[in-house]
Design a protein around this ligand. Structure first.
Ligand code: PEP
Ligand code: MG
Length: 582
């Protein structure tokens, strides 16, 4: 067969080369027949038994979860177990057997299809994607009923560990767990988006993957040679020997680069002219701390606390309590062993919906998100502030407040913090009374009105992801305007550089914690603007450190000042590239 290429959504970087292993879609296409009145109870029991078996399977998976498994995996198993216990799955199909005399498979599929149709109506993209969780649970029960399970072939010889590319219509995170034990090279699915659970697991497992390929599972045949370019979301099927060689070379080069970079873990981040730079990690959950330390981070610059609040669908719509939050914050502080941990207060809303509090906004990105939401829910905010304060008794903690634009918002937030401290004093609970408080600078108005921030706060952290979104008036989650998202737009560079300069003048620390900080192509530009503190995803840290080690500020400074005077985007892009090559 001739070679062909498919394009989808890149979700996890790197290159994988191997033979295709097609995972057959579970038989949603099942046998349909009616059972007689006398057979009804036996059919009901057959379905109940299959559901029970899947419960046991999930429990076994839980028990056998490897220690180093990402936290998300446990959470996914929990979600699947909760779905399985829900009357919608555990009872309604049994009623269908009793009332309509459908066979067990048919009753289950009927109900799954009904639930899927209801999910299609949901506007919220994150919740809509949870439809796949219900289908995956349904498929798991069907596999028990029909006796067909997802299996991987024995791996030996040339097709050994890591050389198998799983091709599927969709993969449940729980199924990925068993694949992990069998060491496979990467995976490709027809369904899925950036937010799908499977994509999240792929990223945390660091396996090259591409999703949203539409009909890859129909076009790719068993044992075809496949290349996944996880950086670009490209899949090449039956590549020519020339292309295969090229990718093998790229794969080897990437492996060599990773190995070389890992030697920099303990090297201090110092420029050639001797300026020390602080490299911090962005984390979502306390379990991300080991990866942060492993990459050589000297602290956490952004703990996105909203991840503790999100996706609690199965938890009877409860928000995490103060104690639960305290445990998570304390866990992160302890794991970082004396290094500072910057905890950002809840940044919920826009593309990070909170399913525990239903709220619809006309323009979510411009609506009641982050600090605006917290000030509208003072009891919830106070509970979070108390939890963060209590964690500060266990190691250095900084508090970071997102989406501030108005002086009164800063004042209200600080006054609530004082209230939280008073409550803790009364309760006899310990905390650091001098815990530094900082603001995210991510609304253009904030970057243009810095004196009111500098006067009231201890530090600033620039959220370039939102600063770009709001400066250029483009939704960062909308693929239709993705081509307009430009970190090098002169207006963005102006706001960023003035924020860094104003902080330096006022003597208050400024960091950047948006994606720009983790892009090695922009490291020198940021250094040239005077940035001395970068916070990023741990996987980017060593690449950025390498740039820093090769940089000389006496050369970069004047070049950057010239770039900041430029007005033509093409000239800016060229000069930034030259700066990197210098
Ligand atoms: C940002 O906006 O740059 C940022 C770091 O926060 P988030 O991406 O969580 O909005
Ligand atoms: Mg932000």
């Amino acid at each position: 067969m001739a070679s062909f290429t498919l394009h989808g959504i890149p979700v996890s970087r790197g290159i994988a080369i191997g033979r295709a292993h097609l995972v057959a879609p579970a038989a949603l296409d099942v046998k349909h027949y009616l059972v007689s009145e006398e057979q009804v109870e036996a059919e009901v029991q057959r379905l109940q038994k299959a559901i029970e078996t899947v419960h046991q399977e999930l429990q076994t998976m839980w028990n056998e979860l490897p220690k180093e498994a990402p936290a998300e995996l446990g959470a996914f198993i929990d979600v699947h177990a909760l779905i399985l216990s829900d009357p919608m799955i555990a009872e309604v199909p049994l009623d269908i057997i009793r009332s309509r005399h459908y066979n067990a498979e048919w009753a289950l599929v009927t109900q799954i299809e009904e639930l899927s149709a209801q999910f299609d109506e949901i506007e919220d993209a994150y919740l809509r994607e949870r439809k796949s969780d219900i289908q995956q649970v349904g498929e798991r029960v069907l596999k028990v009923l029909t006796g067909s399970a997802i299996t991987l072939p024995a791996q030996d010889g040339e097709e050994g560990a890591g050389r198998l590319i799983v091709i599927a219509h969709d993969i449940s995170p729980a199924d990925m767990l068993q694949f992990k034990d069998r060491a496979f090279g990467g995976f490709v699915t027809d369904l899925g988006g950036q937010n799908s659970h499977t994509a999240i697991v792929a990223r945390s497992l660091d396996i090259p993957a591409a999703v949203g390929m539409y009909n890859a599972s129909a076009l790719i045949r068993q044992d075809d040679w496949v290349i996944i370019d996880g950086d670009h979301g490209v899949v090449i099927v039956d590549p020519t020997p020339g292309v295969l060689d090229q990718y093998r070379e790229r794969q080897q080069r990437l492996a060599r680069e990773r190995k070389k970079l890992s030697k920099l873990r303990k090297t201090p981040a110092v420029t050639r002219d001797g300026t020390e730079i602080t490299l911090l990690a962005n984390i979502e959950l306390p379990d991300d701390c080991p990866a942060a330390l492993d990459a050589g981070a000297t602290g956490v610059g952004l703990f996105r606390s909203e991840f503790l609040f999100m996706g609690r669908v199965g938890h009877a719509k409860h928000l995490p309590t103060e104690d639960e939050q305290f445990e998570s914050y304390r866990q992160a502080v302890t794991a970082m062993k004396g290094r500072p941990v910057t905890i950002r207060t809840l940044d919920i809303g826009a593309d990070k919906p909170l399913d525990a509090i239903e709220h619809t906004s006309l323009n979510p990105a411009l609506g009641l998100r982050a600090i605006r939401f917290c000030l509208a829910e003072p009891q919830m905010f106070l509970a979070q502030l108390r939890a963060i304060l209590r964690a500060s008794a266990h190691g250095p903690v900084k508090l970071l407040i997102p989406m501030l634009a108005h002086a009164f918002e800063i004042d209200q937030a600080l006054s609530l913090l004082e209230q939280a401290k008073a409550q803790l004093r009364e309760a006899g609970k310990k905390f650091d009374p001098l815990m530094p408080v900082g603001a995210m600078i991510e609304i253009p108005a904030a970057a243009l009105a810095l004196p009111m921030f500098v006067k009231r706060l201890d530090f600033l952290s620039v959220g370039t992801n939102d600063l770009i979104q709001y400066t250029l008036a483009i939704d960062r989650a909308d693929h239709e305007v993705a081509h307009l998202y430009n970190p090098l737009h002169p207006a963005v560079l102006y706001l960023l550089s003035t924020t860094i300069a104003t902080g330096a003048k006022a003597g208050i620390p400024v960091s950047v914690c948006g994606e720009m900080a983790g892009d090695p192509k922009l490291t020198r530009l940021l250094l040239g603007m005077g940035l001395r503190e970068f916070s990023m995803h741990p996987s980017q840290l060593l690449m950025v450190k390498q740039e820093i080690l090769n940089s000389d500020l006496s050369d970069i400074g004047p070049r950057t000042r010239r770039i900041l005077k430029m007005s033509e985007p093409a000239a800016i892009a060229e000069a930034v590239e030259e700066l990197r090559a210098a």
